[in-house]
Design a binder for this molecule. Structure first.
Ligand SMILES: NC(=O)c1ccc[n+]([C@@H]2O[C@H](COP(=O)([O-])OP(=O)(O)OC[C@H]3O[C@@H](n4cnc5c(N)ncnc54)[C@H](O)[C@@H]3O)[C@@H](O)[C@H]2O)c1
Length: 493
């Protein structure tokens, strides 16, 4: 069997960095080099301050960096040396041309394929780790075939990554499954077995699933679509609960006890975020349309539409409760990352909630323990989010949560950071304008309702169609299931 001794990973991002660090950690005899065109990212991987935050990542990197784990910008050299090349580059939604706003932009994948074939001689296994549309491996193969040279033998595999940000190291060390797709030819199967042998260093054989290439590519898109659909399904039920007086938590518990349904991913929330769910579902929608399956496309599109609706609904709730205007009001936004334990803000619901509130002229004071100031400003300055000088006029980044809440009309929790459960809410309440409102978009304060009510906070799930009722409902909301309409199910990668 072909033995993999050297691995090159192109793309030192949220997937490439942690995945290859864990491979190096688990396989001391394999030399792993992670490369990227982004020099500052590589410098950060080689420094004490890693470019991404993941619990346990620093320890894994420090255990093998400089021994069998290397970070470099010398992409060509790393490709030349490697027995196996992972492609872990970004595959964002296209922002231009055909398929704009839905199709995956594969320009980075194509650039990698061209660079790999240019720098390869003899036998090499090339593995898609990025999430790609079905049959992307075919395009990679065509680029290889069109640029082939004597003795060159490049085998293409699909090995999608299922890690979730925030628990990446745990997921990589103990995955539910590892999926490897390859050609059904003897050559293809030889490559599949070589990659299986890498994972077998720490993953039980029965958890390593091998399939044909297209099943593997599609399984990643389908898995993310199913996860996103669960969140949109329970969020749709939350809207129904609010209109009827049912409690979405109680409904979720009741339906989740059915083993056929199961209790995971059943928390209503302010919507899913992250770089993957939306992008991958849109990609699936586009694929269905391209394959002339409009009914299937519409089915999955609704998962995205429901997520947008939930975010808008949450922002409207805030505005309604603050007496139908937030203009010139100070609102503290606690949490900007798309979920806890990551500094990643891609597609974070906080961005959308902030946008809706900025559109109404609210002054936002934003605090997040892991997201740098510059990142928040970049996210909110995007043309689709704000215009002109809105961000400089309306947004302040706070160094701590108390500063953010000082003098605020309302506190809005957008990320389920554990630290938000530990805050001194009495201190926060004292310095806020009264009535002081809390909107818990992630249900982090579930256990504190009585305490918050005693302090004097107003929560809300005011939902009735009757506007004159709202104030009363708001005032009594802590006695009712209050913020329970908003859960904390994080998005997944
Ligand atoms: N983030 C997640 O949780 C997650 C989980 C599973 C799968 N995925 C998939 O994995 C892929 C990577 O995601 P990510 O979050 O790590 O992205 P990322 O943006 O964090 O990292 C991608 C890196 O690739 C680099 N890159 C792009 N083109 C390059 C090239 N031609 N040569 C060298 N480097 C290049 C970029 O500079 C960047 O640093 C995507 O397809 C994504 O859908 C992501």
């Amino acid at each position: 069997m072909f033995e993999i001794k050297k691995i090159c990973c192109i793309g030192a991002g949220y997937v490439g960095g942690p995945t290859c660090s864990v491979i190096a950690h688990m396989c001391p005899e394999i030399r792993v080099t992670v490369v990227d065109v982004n020099e500052s990212r590589i410098n950060a991987w080689n420094s004490p301050t890693l470019p991404i935050y993941e619990p346990g990542l620093k320890e894994v990197v420090e255990s093998c960096r400089g021994k069998n784990l290397f970070f470099s910008t010398d992409i060509d050299d790393a490709i030349k040396e490697a027995d196996l090349v992972f492609i872990s580059v970004n595959t964002p939604t296209k922002t231009y041309g055909m398929g704009k706003g839905r199709a995956a932009d594969l320009k980075y994948i194509e650039a990698c394929a061209r660079r790999i074939v240019q720098n390869s001689h003899g036998y090499k296994i090339v593995t898609e780790k990025s999430t790609v549309p079905v049959r992307a491996a075919e395009s990679i193969r065509r680029i290889f075939d069109a640029n082939t040279k004597p003795n060159l033998n490049l085998q293409v595999l699909s090995n999608p990554e299922f890690l979730a940000e925030g628990t990446a190291i745990k997921d990589l060390k103990n995955p539910d499954r590892v999926l490897i797709g390859g050609d059904e030819t003897p050559e293809g199967q030889r490559a599949v077995q070589a990659l299986c042998a890498v994972y077998e260093h720490w993953v039980p054989r029965e958890k390593i699933l091998t399939t044909n290439t297209w099943s593997s590519e599609l399984s990643k898109l389908a898995a993310n679509a199913f996860l996103a659909q669960r969140i949109s399904s329970i969020n749709s039920i939350s809207a129904l609960c609010e209109a009827t007086g049912a409690d979405v938590e109680e409904v979720a518990t009741a339906i989740g006890m059915d083993q056929r349904i199961g209790n995971k991913f059943l928390k209503a929330s302010v919507g899913f975020g992250g770089s993957c769910f939306q992008k991958d579902v849109l990609n699936l929608v586009y694929l269905c349309e391209a394959l002339n399956l409009p009914e299937v496309a519409r089915y999955w599109q609704q998962v995205i539409d429901m997520n947008d609706y939930q975010r808008r609904r949450f922002a409207s709730r805030i505005i309604d409760s603050l007496f139908n205007t937030v203009t010139d009001k100070k609102i503290a936004i606690l949490g900007f990352a798309f979920k806890k334990d990551t500094g990643d803000t891609r597609e974070s619901s906080s961005i959308y909630i902030s946008k809706y509130l900025m559109d109404e002229g609210a002054h936002l004071h934003i605090y997040d323990p892991k997201v740098p100031r510059e990142q928040i400003v970049v996210d909110l300055s995007h043309p689709g989010v704000s215009e002109d000088d809105q961000v400089s006029r309306l947004v302040t980044i706070s160094k701590d949560p108390y500063e953010a809440c000082d003098g605020a009309h309302a506190v809005v929790i957008c990320t389920e950071w554990d630290m938000f459960k530990e805050l001194d809410y009495e201190r926060i309440h004292k310095k806020m304008l009264k009535p002081a409102f809390i909107f818990d978009g992630r249900r982090v304060l579930d256990g504190l309702h009585n305490e918050l009510q005693t302090i004097g906070f107003q929560g809300t799930h005011s939902c009735g169609p009757n506007v004159s009722n709202r104030f009363t409902e708001t005032l009594t909301s802590f006695r009712k299931p209050v913020m329970s309409q908003w859960g904390k199910e994080p998005g997944k990668g």
